[in-house]
Design a protein around this ligand. Structure first.
Ligand code: MN
Length: 210
């Protein structure tokens, strides 16, 4: 079973003016697709890996043959990270979270504004290409902010992700050029908080994502 890029739930221009259509199309159809193509190519000679989901390949990376471990980490991570990124984005987003996720953010970070500032800081200051994540710590059940380099997945760290932000230049360079902070400021306008809320409910109900 080959790994596949899921179609977007919305049109390429649906996040405009925050994320432009050309960036969305290239990012989804070319950048994400390349990770998936490379992942499929990497595991093709290993039939015993064919039935594992991308998430399970990353969770069990130590069981993946050593000669393809780095390639699976990079391309599998690139696939999993982008799948999550498209999932948590949406047009006509609410400015701030409500429900369980809103309560959890207030509980663990003091306020939504403080969370926004800490997350933005982690994403803005991440050196080079990588991602910022909001994750659940399975031992404390607390919410944490993580930033990881390259295409590393939070699954390598046993943390289910609720939210992620791509800070590779390909995610913002066409519109924002070198201004990563401007992209981050805009990004807060296109988060599908209902999806993030559902992910938290799923993690708490033991239904996965971790
Ligand atoms: Mn990307």
């Amino acid at each position: 079973m080959a790994h596949k890029v899921s179609p977007l739930r919305f049109a390429y221009d649906a996040l405009d003016p925050y994320i432009d259509a050309e960036t969305m199309e290239l990012h989804h159809d070319k950048h994400h697709q390349t990770y998936v193509d490379n992942l499929n190519k990497t595991i093709e000679p290993y039939p015993h890996l064919a039935d594992l989901t991308t998430e399970n390949l990353l969770r069990r990376l130590d069981q993946v043959p050593e000669e393809i471990r780095t390639a699976v980490r990079n391309h599998g991570g690139g696939h999993a990270n982008h799948q999550l990124f498209w999932e948590i984005l949406g047009p006509k987003a609410r400015p701030s979270p409500k429900g369980a996720i809103g309560d959890a953010i207030t509980k663990h970070f003091g306020s939504f504004v403080r969370f926004q500032s800490l997350f933005t800081d982690a994403a803005a200051k991440h050196f080079g290409s990588g991602w910022a994540f909001l994750v659940v710590n399975p031992s404390t059940e607390g919410l944490e902010i993580m930033s990881l380099p390259n295409q590393d997945s939070v699954l390598l760290h046993g943390r289910p992700a609720l939210l992620c932000c791509d800070v590779w230049e390909h995610a913002y360079y066409l519109k924002y050029r070198n201004r990563r902070p401007d992209y981050l400021l805009a990004w807060w306008n296109v988060i599908a908080w209902d999806v993030v809320d559902q992910r938290l409910e799923d993690v708490r109900a033991g239904k996965g994502h971790g």
